[in-house]
Ligand binder design. Structure first.
Ligand code: UT7
Length: 336
């Protein structure tokens, strides 16, 4: 049977830094509150002319270069986003054209903050089936254009940032699973009972005769709503739970794992998971302080930053867990 491995990584963050002090000028909030409740110090926001596929393009180019492949070797794109360039078609199609790729399939998925784990899982299955050999897997988001940047939306808007991350996933042969790069497992879960605890209601066909109308805008239905405490407690519980399950089922122990790359929604969430699971602090790599929550992009950005920091090397055993709207959650265990 075929296996898949991550052979290239790339990321792109727009250059404009937005600090907590900058947000104080837009809404009633404070640097102290944001740092204390979330750990976030700054995030990046795009300018008006930049769209999600632009960020995805830069991250993809870096991943292609890092993998040392020619872009013509890519035989499919799996792209996760909840902030597409347009309602349809998906961002993958725009990215394909910007990259100048041939008529390969371009699959857009959502799955919110677990988007990249889902994308990895799909790419792994495509490669294992023999259907694909070299996939471009992307998580890209522009949140800054869809946030309520007034005091009314402050509980959500201070948390999110823009950015993109990408990976090249290739077919590989695993001779020694204890050393060779490969995806060991991915496990995905969902519970739709939490759907309205973190969501954007409009546009939507459940709203009435029109998918979108001025009335929905007047009611702020086009902005994200979050039941922060419910999302927080479920995030801690579900990420710890799926990580424990993955390690047990794949016959690895917590000590075997060299690096934990969690979704970046709140520094306190990740600290609580680490505390609960008795993970030493130096094994958990966080980027939320600099970039906020970039949803589908947090995991590949985390991998890139960990690589730059010398924490991710060939042979490193990485455990990833993510949780997000849906609710959706999942794990990925892989040797880099
Ligand atoms: O990636 C998807 C998953 N997302 C998450 O996992 C996020 C999960 N939730 C969280 O991270 C946290 O619940 C928040 C950071 C959103 C909120 O932290 P909290 O400790 O749960 O605060 P809270 O909701 O209990 O709010 C405390 C107070 C409230 O004021 P009152 O009612 O106590 O007077 C809020 O109105 O803080 C107020 N508040 C703010 N104050 C200053 C809410 N947002 C802000 C703000 N600045 N930005």
């Amino acid at each position: 049977m075929f296996s898949s491995a991550i052979t290239g990584l790339g990321m792109y963050l727009p250059p404009r830094v937005v600090t907590n002090n900058d947000l104080e000028k837009l809404m009633e909030t404070s640097n102290e509150w944001i740092i204390q409740r979330s750990g976030i110090e700054e995030r990046r926001w795009v300018d008006a002319d930049t769209c999600t596929s632009d960020l995805a393009l830069q991250a993809s180019l870096e991943a292609i270069k890092d993998a040392g492949i020619d872009k013509s070797e890519i035989d499919g794109i799996v792209l996760a986003t909840i902030s597409p360039d347009h309602e349809f078609p998906g961002v993958g199609c725009f990215l394909q054209t910007k990259l100048g790729l041939s008529e390969i399939p371009c699959l857009d998925i959502r799955q919110q903050c677990t988007g990249f784990v889902h994308a990895m899982s799909i790419a792994d299955a495509f490669i294992k089936s023999g259907q694909h050999k070299t996939l471009l897997v992307v998580g890209a988001e522009i949140h800054s254009k869809g946030l309520d940047k007034t005091t009314r939306g402050r509980d959500v808007s201070v948390l999110f940032g823009d950015g993109a991350g990408a990976a090249i996933m290739c077919r590989t042969e695993v001779k020694d699973p204890r050393t060779d790069s490969h995806i060991i497992s991915t496990r995905l879960f969902a519970d739709g009972n939490g759907a309205k605890d973190l969501w954007v209601a409009a546009p939507g066909t459940a709203l009435g005769a029109d998918r979108m109308s001025k009335v929905y805008i007047d009611e702020n239905l086009h902005f994200p709503y979050m039941n922060g405490k419910r999302v927080f407690t479920n995030a801690v519980r579900r990420m710890a739970e799926c990580l424990t399950m993955a390690l047990a089922k794949d016959n690895y122990t917590m000590d075997d794992v060299d690096l934990f790359i969690f979704h970046q929604a709140n520094l306190r969430i990740n600290q609580m998971i680490a505390q609960e699971m008795k993970i030493p602090e130096h094994k958990v790599f966080n980027t939320i302080q600099k970039f906020g929550n970039t949803t589908a992009a947090t995991i590949p950005i985390g991998l890139c930053e960990a690589k730059k920091a010398g924490k991710l090397k060939k042979g490193t055993l990485v455990a990833t867990a993510a949780f997000g709207a849906g609710f959706t959650w999942g794990s990925a265990l892989y040797r880099y």
